[in-house]
Design a binder for this molecule. Structure first.
Ligand SMILES: [Zn+2]
Length: 1084
């Protein structure tokens, strides 16, 4: 209370008493819309900023000379081959084509005197298609996209000397997204597209104009996208308008003035990577990326060039922008680069060593995860990680799969076993029913293994690095209670070449805004994906969890489309499984036999490549499937050759007929097997035993008590009956299955199993990919023709039925029942031949069963996934079509029915109705998808008890029938007989039947096997993969006749983790539910 009066300092002001003039408020929408006019094409382009983008242009001769050589017949010749030809003179305006053809341009550039000293000289080349610039001496330098995108190539300093300099442009007649005829890129390609060379000129770029362009773009975005109740939005609007006012057409100094104004909003550092050095904590971490589909709207052959174009670009950009870090996946693409473009590969390798280029993903390709077998997923990682380790010195830590169509439930376990504990994806943001609730979380496998999963909240893996992408990286972040950081994966995909200079310049400005004005999340460049996850890992125990599959609520048609390709996949997986087992046995048995590692690797690499996420799912164009057909043909051909060699060592050859005395059955499954095998046209034998060669016994049957019978009870109605089942077939459908031991009817009264149904199948857009929920409303039962006797043998009876689908399409179905084999569950086997020429129709076969459960089970990799059979919630309903492998099962307490198949992946179970999806007929992107003849087999397997080993084993056996072979020589006969008696490695009879010994192979780096990519290891070893198939603790004993010195439990990369005690050729196996275990047996 001092009584002092505070001195009130009045600001000096000449504020006039009288208002000199009226001043209005900015009418925001008009002043906002005006910003665009400042830098867009169209009627303003000669009078706005665009008019000042260059300081001079030189086109035509004598500055730009052009010659061309057209490669014949859609070939893609090498540089050497192409440049050995005579080139003919050409010029801008020339048309080239057709689609998919290649044209080599020889370009001779002479920089005119008046441009020689300009600040930035570029070649602008635009033929509206993809291209690759080569140096005169044959080094690939940089990719071009065309159509106004990535048309610039910075001229080397040496070109300023006024002399002529030669480069080549390898032009591919396709755009970034192939050759669709109009604006809809998923339509089948037009084979007759031609492309015009619009531009080939030397341009002296005005760097101030270019920089100002990005300034205004980003500040304009702030004016457009910041909330109108923020001062930051108003300031952005004002800044833009001040810039536009300061701009004087034709006055280069005004550009500098404009940029000074922009600085008020962007800060002073946006012209360099210094902008990131403010020491302030960022939340959004940008990483450059180029998602290159290994095939899709173009063939695999074109992808090899896309890789070279894209990655050489990135190496160039890294030289210009020190903050650019780039991550790219798919070991296969690195391998292509290494083999075809060693110059680019060396550049990439150097950038990898500098820590700028990040090989990521750990897998061979970005594969589908729904359909490949468990062992295929293992091999994706094994082949991927081994490539990365041998070429770049380290393995990947992050599984990278931004674009695949759903993620199966064993992936976290397999990732952990492949040395990865992080996973990145974002495809679930495409769900069209439920929104996935997390951004960053722990994803938990069937066995309980976990990985840290991050789904970039910008919801894209090809971000254009827009202001909005940075903003959404926080505004759409769903896990901010746990962690507020996110990845921004930016860069053009599919041949667009990854990040562009525009992307990097835009991000500099975004960061400038965050540190100068605020409000925008602070973005950072210069780190790696691993850096990002390293920080997340510290908080991993606080992250929320998601158990089980990451089901993708879209693209459900991909379990069915391109049936032939899927069939080949299943077949190839089994062929490889068989060959590895047999070749392992042969190589241990006979040291002179060399384990065919190279052939097996080659086969695997092709199979893994075809599991790419647009190939196996069926979403590519015809050309890609013509290629994959060739790949599979090669796989099967190599497989046959390996089998021939192996059979020589093991002493057998395949035969069509044999007697019980001189035949044996070739078996590659690990359990005791007892089954019928055809030994001649009319005769069968019983194969029984364990091991690769099973002895045959006479199949005994009596006249009084036939083992299986066929009776026609009334016209076209048949009873098929054996000791276990009595099956009634009427008009092609199974109307009754009576299980004698269970005293139970399987088919509900009045219902028909094996009923074909056709649905209208017109999804909202993505034809090959999607089947939409409403297809279920347009169900049509197919009426069958008259059923007739097909086969009536002592060991098997069958009936055949013709079903008409339409005037063009039909099905011939053989339903058979074999004699029951003691101790084996009988099934009703169906073989169909479908002639299919439909348009936008979906063919399925239905099995109503008298079983009630709210959950059905489907085989997935190394286990079983359970899904609802009801539509309680939208999450349940979204699973109206799901993926399964060799079986689907519906079981209640005490009883159930499994549906087995030999080549299908699409299923649905609704209430008590089970449905197997057979064929679709989408017309884009392959108009001929699935047209033609298909052979499909399935089986109805009723069983007592819940889903159990009966189904698991039967499904394997259904996909892996016994083969009739005969010992080759008298001497070998003894050997074969010996082999019959001995299984070199197996699980003992008292082991849990849930255990499956799935894979038997040689150690990757054994000295007699190694191909030298990684250091070889002394001695010989055999690797076993065993899993618990049913989800309970599974104990057992492995017994081997091999002389084993030591056993180790390993991960799937075959790193030894712990030693396992082996005594008398036996060691214990003790697995947690759905665990996948790998053991390495070191042979003495
Ligand atoms: Zn993709």
């Amino acid at each position: 209370m001092g009584g002092e009066t505070p001195s009130q300092k009045k600001p000096r002001s000449d504020y006039p008493v009288l208002a000199p003039k009226p001043v209005g408020q900015l009418i925001s929408n008009i002043y906002r819309d005006r910003i665009n006019q400042f830098y867009s094409r169209g009627q303003w382009e000669k009078n706005n900023l665009l008019a000042m983008m260059d300081e001079g242009v030189a086109s035509g001769e004598p500055h730009v000379h052009l010659w061309v050589w057209d490669a014949p017949y859609l070939t893609r010749p090498t540089f050497k081959e192409a440049t050995s030809h005579e080139f003919k003179k050409t010029s801008v305006g020339a048309w080239v084509g057709p689609s998919w053809s290649t044209h080599w341009f020889k370009v001779v550039l002479k920089v005119p005197k008046d441009l020689a000293d300009k600040r930035l000289l570029e070649l602008h080349w635009d033929a509206n298609n993809e291209g690759l610039i080569w140096s005169e001496d044959g080094n690939p330098l940089q990719g071009l996209t065309g159509g106004g995108e990535r048309i610039e190539w910075v001229l080397p300093e040496s070109f300023r000397d006024g002399k002529e300099h030669t480069i080549y442009v390898e032009m591919a007649c396709n755009g970034m997204f192939g050759n669709a005829p109009g604006g809809d890129s998923i339509q089948p390609p037009d084979p007759n597209k031609f492309f015009r060379l619009d531009r080939a000129e030397i341009v002296a770029v005005n760097p101030d104009a270019r920089q100002l362009y990005i300034d205004v773009w980003i500040i304009g975005d702030a004016a457009r996208e910041f909330p109108s109740d923020s001062w930051e939005q108003h300031k952005a609007l004002k800044t833009c308008n001040e810039i536009i006012e300061a701009f004087e057409l034709g006055n280069p100094d005004s550009l500098k003035t404009c940029r000074k104004i922009a600085e008020q909003y962007l800060g002073p550092n946006v012209n360099s990577a210094k902008v990131y050095d403010t020491g302030k904590e960022p939340v959004v971490f940008g990483i450059g990326h180029c998602h290159i589909d290994s095939c899709w709207l173009w063939p695999f052959a074109e992808t090899k060039r896309k890789v070279a174009r894209s990655w050489s670009n990135q190496c160039n950009l890294m030289d210009q922008y020190p903050e650019l870090n780039f991550a790219c996946s798919q070991a296969q693409q690195y391998k292509w680069l290494k083999e075809i473009y060693p110059y680019v590969f060396e550049r990439v390798k150097k950038k990898v060593a500098e820590g700028r280029f990040h090989p990521i993903g750990g897998s061979w390709v970005e594969h589908d995860t729904n359909m490949p077998s468990g062992e295929s997923l293992v091999r994706q990682f094994l082949f991927g990680q081994r490539f990365y380790e041998s070429n770049f010195g380290s393995r990947c830590q992050t599984f990278w799969l931004p674009d695949t169509f759903g993620y199966s439930s064993q992936l976290p376990q397999l990732c952990r076993l492949a040395g990865m504990n992080r996973f990145l994806t974002q495809k679930l943001s495409w769900n069209n029913i439920n929104k996935f609730p997390h951004t960053t979380f722990n994803w938990v496998s069937l066995d309980g293994s976990q990985v840290i999963c991050h789904m970039p909240p910008s919801e894209t893996y090809t971000a254009e690095a827009h202001f909005g992408d940075v903003k959404r990286s926080i505004s759409q972040h769903k896990s901010m209670d746990q962690d507020n950081t996110s990845l921004l994966v930016f860069g053009k995909g599919d041949g667009g070449g990854g990040p562009t200079w525009q992307h990097i310049e835009k991000l500099r400005r975004c960061r400038g805004i965050s540190d100068t004005v605020g409000l925008l999340p602070r973005v950072h460049l210069g780190g790696s994906v691993d850096d990002f996850f390293d920080k997340l890992e510290l908080k991993a125990d606080t992250l929320v969890t998601w158990y089980g599959e990451l089901y993708f609520e879209l693209h459900r048609g991909t379990y069915t489309t391109q049936a032939n390709n899927k069939r080949n996949n299943r077949k190839a997986e089994f062929v490889l499984r068989d060959l590895e087992l047999l070749a392992t046995i042969a190589s241990v048995k006979d040291k002179s036999y060399k384990y065919p590692k190279k052939d097996l690797d080659d086969m695997w690499e092709l199979v893994l490549l075809c599991q790419f996420h647009d190939c196996l799912p069926g979403s590519s164009i015809r050309m890609a499937y013509d290629e994959s057909d060739e790949f599979y043909a090669k796989v099967f051909e190599t497989g046959e050759a390996i089998l021939k060699d192996v059979s020589k060592v093991l002493g057998f050859s395949e035969v069509k007929t044999a007697s019980v005395a001189d035949g044996v059955a070739l078996n590659t499954l690990s359990w005791h097997r007892k089954a019928l095998i055809d030994i001649s046209e009319d005769e069968a034998a019983v194969a029984c035993g364990q091991g690769p060669l099973l002895k045959l016994r006479t199949f005994k049957t009596s006249e009084e008590k036939p083992a299986v019978e066929l009776r026609e009870t009334s016209d076209g109605v048949f009873i098929l009956e054996n000791a276990q089942l009595k099956v009634e077939v009427e008009a092609g459908c199974v109307v009754s299955i009576y299980d004698k031991a269970a005293d139970r009817e399987v088919i509900p009264r009045g219902k028909k199993a094996n009923q074909y149904v056709v649905f209208d199948d017109k999804p909202l857009y993505w034809q090959a990919w999607d089947v939409e929920v409403y297809h279920l409303d347009a169900r049509r039962e197919l009426p069958c023709g008259k059923t007739k006797v097909h086969e009536q043998k002592k060991h098997r009876v069958s009936v055949v039925t013709e079903t008409k689908i339409s005037d063009k399409s039909s099905i011939e179905t053989v339903i058979s029942l074999s004699a029951a084999v003691d101790g084996q569950q009988s099934s009703i086997d169906v073989a169909s031949k479908v002639t299919w020429h439909e348009t936008m129709k979906f063919l399925k076969v239905e099995f109503p069963v008298d079983v009630r459960s709210t959950e059905a089970s489907y085989e997935t990799q190394f286990g079983v996934v359970r899904r609802p059979t009801h539509y309680n919630t939208s999450w349940d309903m979204a699973k109206f079509e799901v993926c399964g492998h060799k079986f689907a099962d519906l079981s209640e307490h005490g009883y159930g029915v499994s549906i087995l198949n030999d080549s299908k992946y699409g299923f649905a179970t609704t209430g008590s109705l089970m449905r197997l999806s057979l064929l679709r007929s989408p017309k884009a992107p392959d108009a001929t998808a699935d047209m033609g003849v298909h052979h499909v087999r399935w089986a109805i397997l009723p069983h007592q008890g819940a889903l159990g080993p009966v189904t698991v084993r039967k499904a394997f056996e259904f996909n892996n029938p016994l083969r009739l072979v005969a010992p080759t020589t008298g001497a070998a006969r003894g050997a074969a007989a010996l082999a019959v008696a001995e299984s070199p490695v197996r699980l003992t009879e008292d082991s849990s039947q849930a255990l499956v010994l799935d894979t038997v192979k040689r150690g990757e780096d054994d000295e007699d096997v190694s191909r030298g990519e990684l250091p070889s290891k002394k001695g010989r070893s055999v690797v076993l993969r065993i899993y618990d198939s049913l989800g309970g603790r599974a104990r057992g004993t492995v017994v081997t006749t091999w002389d084993v010195a030591k056993v180790s439990k390993t991960n799937v990369l075959e790193d030894e983790l712990e030693e396992v005690v082996i005594k008398d050729g036996r060691f214990a196996v003790d697995l947690r539910p759905f665990e996948v275990a790998t053991y390495k047996l070191h042979l003495a």
